[in-house]
Design a protein around this ligand. Structure first.
Ligand SMILES: [Zn+2]
Ligand SMILES: [Zn+2]
Length: 347
């Protein structure tokens, strides 16, 4: 089969690799749609823990074969990949904290992923879908679940005022979930006008561009003492610092942006957090018990009733064979994009 393989830092190759067979307890997915995740781009640009690796975890397709011990009825079913492969046995898995598993694997990061014509998956890692759901929408289930998980961690309640820093794909999914779950006011901040425009289209009430306005002053002017909940999806240290200033006393902050590990924060951050008695929550992946969690079933419900708008999130479509070119352009900052879909069949 053909696959896009990460062979080194900055080196992605479209080439022939052995076609996987479904192992015992596994199924094989014939891939129909893949979307590129920011983390795939990071693995390409910054390098990764292992090579060669088939990237990709935002993937959907049709189950075309099964291994021993798997029910025949799986064949022909439409499915999305659930990328986390927890051990289901360690203490954290027993508690339902699957992303804290002591020995997890992850499809598209620690084992072969979806940038391919076929993927071999454990039976528990397929999320079976109704046939009427478009494959592109199904490929975007995973990033939606991350946003949904952040709102659970932030204890979001309808009627709250929320600030979202960064409206890339996770931020746009956050705006959508906030709209669906009844936020009273959704304020977003992003440097890219394109992102702000789409955020407004999917439900943001106030869009702020930090290159044009002082975001902290603007939030204070518009919502007084600050947001009930602030969501950080940029991974920029200066933005992380600002989250405290735009959050009301006793408010909550949830962090999902990956920060540069060679930077540090001034302790005034902690001082201000203490004075305002703010709760700060980390977010890692999108899982809860029973596996994979309500984040996943909520997404399906919102897709089927039409409340989650995936089409507006997609800015580009390419054949999978173009993946090396597309990643090269993104790495060189030559492609302004929201969600990019890859299609293995047009190769
Ligand atoms: Zn992702
Ligand atoms: Zn475990």
């Amino acid at each position: 089969m053909k696959a896009a393989v990460l062979e080194n830092k900055g080196a992605l190759t479209y080439k022939d690799v052995p076609t996987p067979e479904a192992g015992p307890g596994h199924v094989r997915l014939k891939v129909k749609a893949i979307s590129i995740c920011g983390s795939d781009i990071k693995r390409f640009v910054d390098g990764h823990r292992m090579y060669p690796l088939i990237l990709g975890h935002e993937t959907s397709g049709v189950i075309d074969s099964i291994g021993s011990g798997v029910a025949e009825s799986y064949i022909g079913k439409h499915a999305a990949i659930i990328p986390l492969v927890p051990c289901f046995e360690c203490e954290q898995c027993q508690r339902g904290y699957y992303s804290a598993c002591h020995s997890y694997s992850f499809i598209g990061s620690r084992q072969s992923g979806g940038f391919a014509e076929y993927v071999d998956l454990p039976e528990r890692n397929v999320f079976i879908l109704p046939d009427e759901l478009p494959f592109e929408h199904a490929a975007l289930i995973e990033p939606s679940t991350v946003a949904r998980h952040m709102l659970t961690l932030g204890d979001f309640k309808s009627g709250q005022t929320v600030v979202v820093f960064g409206v890339g794909s996770i931020g746009l999914m956050l705006v959508q979930w906030l709209r669906i779950l009844g936020a009273q006011k959704i304020v977003v901040s992003d440097l890219l006008e394109d992102n702000l425009k789409i955020a407004a289209k999917v439900g943001a009430h106030i869009t702020l561009n930090p290159s044009k306005v002082d975001v902290i002053k603007e939030v204070q002017r518009r919502i007084g003492d600050g947001a009930d909940l602030t969501l950080e999806a940029t991974g920029v240290p200066q933005v992380l610092e600002q989250t405290i200033s735009v959050t009301r006393p006793r408010g909550k902050i949830v962090l999902a942006g990956n920060q540069p590990l060679d930077k540090s924060l001034p302790l005034t951050f902690i001082e201000n957090m203490m004075r305002k008695e703010i709760s700060l929550n980390g977010c890692f992946m999108s899982y809860s018990a029973p596996f994979p969690g309500h984040e996943w079933t909520d997404t399906i419900t919102a897709l089927l009733d039409g409340s989650l708008d995936m089409d507006t999130m997609i800015s580009h479509r390419y054949s999978l064979s173009k993946a090396p070119e597309v990643f090269g352009k993104i790495g060189a900052h030559q492609l302004v994009h929201q969600k990019i879909m890859l299609n293995p069949e047009e190769a």
